[in-house]
Write a protein that binds this ligand. Structure first.
Ligand SMILES: N[C@@H](CCC(=O)N[C@@H](CS)C(=O)NCC(=O)O)C(=O)O
Length: 226
């Protein structure tokens, strides 16, 4: 299948978009990026045109050969099925379930509590200022990292990466979650296994070019120099 037909609609700082970029890069796929600015025009994710490709009004959306796919983990699974080289999931069913379990925990139990729309709701309806919002985010980040750290530490499968010797679906979720932790000032010292895996990822080219600081829509003040 031609790779040139892959378009990722994303926002530079969105952790779900970051997951999809890492996955595309790990697979060595070429893709175009279409920025969707979540903060401009009342949120471009709500624009009528964007909702035609993503009725959930969320980023990311992957468009492959004109077919739109929403939800980052659905995108990862789709990429693994259509482009099986450089798999994101292990081969053995139990290992696959474990990898999915950790990825889903981050994507469905951890990250949603700190989403833009949740924070906007806390501000608009409950009067949270930015300190209160940051404390809220750190609270839920700490719980999720405590549980992921425990799961990784308890497992014989954990090595340089969560499933052994190569990064995959878990790292696609873990690294963006750690990026959010840095953004909101969470101390990562209590999570040495998570931190080791994240550090091992951050030096790899797939993760380097997926970083929020290196995207076409990264504002100048957040842009990484190299
Ligand atoms: N579970 C979704 C989460 C998608 C999501 O919440 N994206 C955020 C950015 S990380 C978003 O579009 N937020 C817009 C909003 O909250 O209005 C996925 O994994 O793709």
């Amino acid at each position: 299948m031609p790779e040139a037909s892959l378009i990722l609609h994303h926002y530079w700082r969105s952790s779900a978009s970051y997951r999809a970029r890492i996955a595309l890069n790990l697979k060595g796929l070429t893709y175009a990026i279409e920025p969707v600015n979540l903060l401009e025009d009342g949120g471009q994710q709500h624009a009528v045109g964007y909702r035609l490709i993503n009725p959930q009004a969320l980023v990311p959306t992957l468009v492959h050969d004109g077919h739109a796919i929403g939800q980052s983990l659905a995108i990862l699974e789709y990429l693994d099925e259509v482009f099986p080289e450089h798999p994101l999931l292990p081969i053995e069913p139990l290992d696959r379930a474990r990898a999915r379990g950790i990825a889903l925990y981050i994507a469905s139990e951890g990250q949603p509590l700190m989403n833009l729309r949740v924070l906007q709701h806390l501000e608009q309806l409950h009067g949270f200022d930015s300190d209160a919002k940051n404390a809220w985010v750190r609270h839920w980040l700490a719980i999720s990292f405590t549980n992921v750290e425990r799961q990784l530490t308890d497992s014989a499968r954990t090595g340089a990466f969560a499933m052994g010797s190569a990064p995959g679906m878990v790292e696609c979720c873990l690294v963006p979650h750690a990026f959010a932790a840095a953004r909101f000032g969470l101390d990562m010292a209590p999570y040495p296994t998570v931190s080791k895996i994240v550090d091992n990822c951050l030096v790899l080219p797939a993760f380097v070019s997926a970083h929020p600081g290196r995207q076409p829509d990264t504002p100048a003040e957040f842009r990484l120099s190299e």
